[in-house]
Design a protein around this ligand. Structure first.
Ligand SMILES: C[S@@+](CC[C@H](N)C(=O)[O-])C[C@H]1O[C@@H](n2cnc3c(N)ncnc32)[C@H](O)[C@@H]1O
Length: 448
């Protein structure tokens, strides 16, 4: 793991040893230092970063596994009136650490510091125009080229040109969202109105019974992948006045969920990634995670995040579908295809259709103590009205939805099959013998 720590006097000698030529010094730091770099120059540099009115923050990057210092970065010219600053003196000093994404990691950290902690609006940088790998890295992070300072630095008999780049806070946030979406994988069911309505029928009573006996008033609870928040709302009532935070990667779901809140700071919904939560260590007593892990390409990451944010002794309540147990009857052609297509799409999106049964292993491997494992079914045909509603939902899912768009995009089926599936579900919904049920694996586990 890497960490940014303040750069100090103990770090002078190492930094000096990294700067091996006047060209390298100019490339790294511009004309602010003279070659050879020495302690007196660095002393002045560090002094400018001390004091109450900080205009400069200097960091070293540390590989915590080996406790080795591997890089250097700085946020300079911090101007709180114009909400602007400059990133400079970016260096992965140890050659054996180059090409491993450490520069990008340091840049992300410094942007996070600038935009989130200092509330900046704009961060810029300059880079020599021949440093193509660095320019590519900055562009990937969302920096935009503003122009070129032509032949502005003299080195020997040559002149070098600088490229000026900047990123605004809004650009940074949208590049983060884009990056998160790529990493989080695609959600197979999609977010159509009909799907949202299906999810909104869920309540704590119907879908969180396995966890409710463990909840008491005053617990702080996080719902990871909260969707439209209807289950979260019921859980919030049980743990009140405890703090409740619902997090979902999808803004449209957060908008729906926010309808259940009254602006109270102790009951909130926010966009976020369950695999990388913007939440302090050990800040919740309970994490509820429902119908989510089966859609995530890296469920281990999510489980280790859940572990991180739980207080010692805290509980996780986890309930996930297992499509090996999906029951559908009768299955006139082509309905039998439905669960096959669902399973193929989940896999194509990096999910695990059999996640329900894999939870004990997943949580035990992350260091949890298993408290209780159970399983249950949601019956989708418990009366005529619910059979009708769910038949319409399944019909729309196959007809024109995010789910069917993805199946077509991946070439897993064609429009003709989907149309036949869509109308077969409407016919099925009218059959008195129609039966459908979704299987769930459930688990309560404790952080020891
Ligand atoms: C099947 S819905 C379940 C919603 C809610 N938990 C429920 O059971 O009603 C899955 C939700 O997980 C969200 N999700 C998927 N991957 C996520 C991630 N990495 N971080 C946060 N939310 C995620 C999706 O956006 C979607 O709203």
């Amino acid at each position: 793991m890497l960490e940014l720590r303040p750069f100090g006097r103990d770090d002078f000698q190492r930094l000096i040893s990294w700067i091996t030529s006047p060209e390298f010094l100019l490339q790294w730091a511009g004309p602010s230092f003279a070659y050879p770099l020495d302690k007196a120059q660095l002393e002045k540099y560090v002094q400018e970063s001390e004091g109450r009115h900080l205009r400069r923050r200097i960091f070293k990057a540390v590989d915590t596994a080996s406790d080795s210092v591997v890089g250097h970065i700085e946020l300079s010219g911090i101007d709180l009136r114009n909400k602007a600053a400059r990133v400079c003196r970016v260096l992965v000093g140890d050659p054996s650490y180059r090409g491993k994404g450490i520069g990008t990691w340091m840049m992300k950290k410094i942007l996070d510091l600038g935009f989130n902690q200092y509330g900046l609006h704009r961060i810029d940088l300059v880079v020599f125009d021949f440093n193509k790998p660095a320019i590519r890295c900055y562009e990937k992070l969302g920096f935009v080229k503003e122009g070129c300072l032509r032949e502005c630095r003299k080195i020997g008999d040559e002149y070098w040109s600088l490229c000026q780049m900047s990123i605004l806070e809004s650009e940074w946030r949208s590049s983060l969202l884009h990056e998160n979406k790529e990493q989080m994988g695609r959600y197979s069911v999609g977010y159509d109105d009909r799907t949202a309505r299906f999810m909104q029928e869920r309540t704590a009573d119907t879908h969180a019974q396995f966890l409710i006996p463990y909840l008491v008033s005053g617990m702080d609870l996080l719902d990871g992948g909260c969707g439209p928040g209807t289950i979260t709302k019921g859980l919030a009532e049980i743990v009140a006045p405890g703090r409740v935070l619902g997090v979902d990667k999808e803004q449209s779901q957060i908008f729906l969920a926010q309808r259940h809140t009254d602006g109270s700071p102790t009951f909130e919904f926010k966009v976020g990634d369950l695999c990388s939560l913007n939440v302090d260590d050990e800040s919740f007593d309970v994490v509820f995670v429902h119908g989510v892990l089966e859609h995530i390409p890296h469920p281990k990451k999510a489980v280790s995040e859940i572990h991180r944010v739980l207080r010692p002794g805290g509980l996780v309540g986890s309930r996930h579908a297992d499509f090996g147990g999906f029951l559908l009857e009768p299955t006139p052609l082509p309905l039998g295809l439905f669960s096959q297509l669902f399973i193929q799409l989940m896999r194509r999106n990096g999910g695990d259709p059999y996640c329900g049964r894999r939870q004990p292993g997943l949580f035990r491997d992350a260091g949890f103590e298993i408290v209780k494992v159970s399983a249950s079914y949601d019956c989708w045909t418990s009366d005529m009205a619910s059979t009708q509603r769910n038949a319409e939902f399944l019909s729309e899912l196959c007809g024109d939805s995010g789910f069917s768009d993805q199946l077509l995009e991946y070439g897993l089926t064609d429009r003709g099959v989907l149309n036949r599936l869509s109308s077969a579900f409407l016919t099925w919904g009218k059959m008195p013998e129609a039966f459908a049920a979704e299987a769930w694996g459930e688990l309560v586990a404790r952080k020891t």
